[in-house]
Design a protein around this ligand. Structure first.
Ligand SMILES: [Zn+2]
Length: 200
């Protein structure tokens, strides 16, 4: 952490606006079951202090990394750039978290449709969008692992006229030398879908 004072300010801001459901005292062991809600400050601090993932596990079941056509920062309508990668699969294909982390936001957006935002190690944020539906029981504040189901592939939001796919975006930490938008493709590795673990 280059500047601890900056981090403290950040934590204060987050506690004021994004942490209304922090109910467990940090001395208690977190409940890691699905739907356990906001966990502990210890978990949050631990995630922020870890280095960012050097590897991201393929989030869409049954898809190989080589199947992804690179569209990172490709022009999009309205002068936008494509801030991520699209991973095509049939509707309803399970989407697993590419990293461990904490679900900081779930909801519906005009562009992303039904989405999940996961805060990962080093403060990176992982954006899973256009979902057909969320995983049952998943809620903001849940700790997730690379084995956690987040939802199912769909084409909600501005993808409604395209075939179902996961939009997978990676955003850098608020501090340090991270780029604001990070290309997930060079970091993605395949999975053994029987065990959900990274392929060697
Ligand atoms: Zn996309």
């Amino acid at each position: 952490m280059k500047n601890p004072a900056y981090l403290l300010v950040l934590l204060l801001i987050l506690s004021a606006c994004a942490w209304p459901r922090a109910t467990q005292p940090s001395s208690e062991a977190p409940d890691l079951s699905p739907g356990s809600g906001w966990t502990t400050w210890d978990d949050f601090g631990r995630l922020l202090s870890q280095p960012p993932n050097a590897q991201l596990l393929m989030p869409v079941q049954g898809v190989r990394v080589g199947q992804i056509a690179d569209t990172f920062l490709a022009p999009r309508p309205g002068g936008r750039l494509h801030e991520g990668q699209d991973i095509f699969a049939s509707r309803g294909t399970p989407v697993y978290s590419a990293t461990e982390g904490l679900v900081i936001r779930m909801g519906y957006g005009q562009l992303g449709g039904l989405y999940v935002m996961v805060l990962g190690p080093g403060g990176r944020r992982y954006y899973y969008a256009h979902l057909d539906r969320h995983a049952e029981g998943l809620q903001e504040g849940d700790l997730v692992t690379t084995q956690t189901l987040l939802g199912y592939v769909g084409n909600t939001g501005n993808a409604r006229t395209t075939p179902p796919h996961l939009h997978f975006g990676v955003y850098g930490s608020w501090w340090g030398s991270d780029e604001r938008v990070i290309n997930p493709l060079p970091l993605l590795v395949g999975r053994n879908w029987q065990t959900l673990e990274a392929l060697e």
